[in-house]
Ligand binder design. Structure first.
Ligand code: PHE
Length: 341
């Protein structure tokens, strides 16, 4: 009997040696420690043995059961170690391999300048007012004091839609009328940014589409000094505290008086170079006091209210800041250009 038990133990242990995975381990457990295992059979037949053999055989059988159980635990742990080792091998990362370059995007240079303009004017109390890009002839011209025959219209030829009188705005100034009609007779301090369109031959200096930022302030006792102070401060914040600016008399049908603002050429410091075409000055915007007719068209009484307006070209300012010689780069979608900003 004892010999049979020894054989059972040896067979079980040597078969355990062959086990290679968790499933095999379960099979082994059922076969060698389960209810129908040889060991269990020996134990169940214990009663049939002669009385004096029973204790010895019983003790030995229990010893073997314990030995097999702890061998099972040991084997199970060993198998787990092997599995971990194998997955570490299989999933090994080579952290020294060069990475794939991540393509980072960035803001378009015109957008960067637009945001800078927003920030400066927001600090002065101007809110953004979004106005439409598709306009009517009335808003783009008539209400801005440019009747159908007005020669100033030649400066602003545009794209017309198939609906008569509906066109792409040539400047952000029609937004002035929209803002005034919404807020009159309350005071206004807004900027109107966005795309404008002109029917032009493409040259280094002109594009058929470009951004503008219109500024509009309406209230009581607003004077030309307010306009001058606001724009001189804007120029300093945009181009640097030491950059001088000047106002030059000009003409726009919707402002009176009208002016254009130049800043001192920061390439040559005012002595004259190719960027400023030997004048020492660079033009950055058009402006003026809102024309009484325009105020009236917007719903204000020009006897009681006054206001100023200005229109800046962000691409023009970007050109100056980065010395970009051709305005056509802005909407040409050339990565070699865009990646530089
Ligand atoms: N709308 C003018 C332009 O496009 C600029 C401007 C705006 C001038 C507001 C005066 C006042 O040239």
């Amino acid at each position: 009997m004892l010999e049979q038990l020894n054989r059972i133990e040896q067979t079980a242990l040597s078969m355990l040696d062959q086990v290679r995975d968790e499933a095999g381990l379960q099979q082994w457990r059922v076969k060698h420690l389960g209810r129908s295992s040889s060991l269990s059979q020996v134990l169940s037949k214990l009663g049939q043995l002669p009385k004096e053999e029973r204790p010895m055989v019983g003790r030995r059988a229990n010893q073997i059961r314990q030995a097999l159980e702890s061998a099972l635990v040991e084997k199970s742990e060993a198998l787990q170690q092997v599995a971990i080792q194998r997955s570490l091998e299989a999933e090994r990362l080579d952290v020294s391999m060069p990475g794939r370059p991540a393509h980072s995007s960035r803001l378009h240079p015109a957008t960067q300048t637009l945001r800078k303009i927003y920030q400066i004017l927001a600090e002065m109390g101007f809110q953004i007012y979004w106005s439409r890009e598709v306009e009517t002839d009335a808003y783009n011209f008539e209400l801005l004091n440019m009747p159908a025959h007005h020669p100033a219209r030649d400066m602003w030829d545009t794209f017309h839609t198939t609906t008569p009188g509906v066109l792409l705005r040539t400047h952000t100034s029609p937004g002035q009328i929209h803002a005034m009609r919404e807020f009159a007779p309350e005071p206004i301090r807004v900027i109107l940014p966005g795309m404008c369109y002109r029917y032009e031959q493409l040259t280094a200096r002109s594009e058929i589409q470009f951004n503008q930022v219109e500024g509009l302030a309406i209230g009581k006792n607003i004077t030309f000094s307010d306009l001058k102070g606001t724009l001189a401060d804007f120029a300093r914040r945009m181009f640097g505290q030491n950059v001088r600016s000047r106002f030059r008399a000009s003409h726009f049908p919707f402002t009176e008086p009208s002016a254009e603002v130049d800043i001192e050429c920061f390439v040559c410091g005012g002595s004259g170079c190719s960027v400023c075409k030997q004048t020492g000055w660079l033009e950055i915007l058009g402006c003026g006091m809102v024309h009484p007719t325009v105020l009236r068209n917007g719903g204000y009484d020009p006897e009681k209210h006054t206001g100023f307006a200005f229109g800046v070209g962000p691409e023009r300012i970007t050109q100056l800041r980065h010395r970009i010689e051709d305005i056509r780069y802005f909407w040409g979608n050339d990565m070699r250009f865009l990646e530089q900003f």
